[in-house]
Unconditional design. Structure first.
Length: 88
């Protein structure tokens, strides 16, 4: 299991387009990928649970991946956050 803390940096937070990118990226991996915000936990492969986090700009999230491709999975999800999902 690997973990990584990220901060939502893009202006609009986790709205429809960034969440679609997360779900698409996560769906390409066999590992279970979770996103945690305070007491809420979302399956990164689920659009509904991920957007329900309501993560605005500046929100800190904990990403967790567990499985055979966990390191690559987490690296690619972290990269989306670091690149502000191509926004700003």
């Amino acid at each position: 299991m690997v973990n990584h803390k990220v901060t939502v940096l893009n202006q609009m937070g986790l709205h429809t387009r960034p969440v679609k990118e997360i779900v698409k990226t996560a769906g390409g991996f066999r590992s279970e990928i979770l996103i945690k915000r305070e007491t809420k936990t979302a399956n990164a492969k689920s659009f509904v649970s991920t957007i329900a986090l309501g993560a605005a700009r500046g929100t800190e999230l904990l990403l967790t991946a567990e499985g055979e491709d966990e390191e690559q999975a987490l690296r690619e999800i972290v990269e989306l956050f670091e690149n502000k999902f191509g926004e700003d």
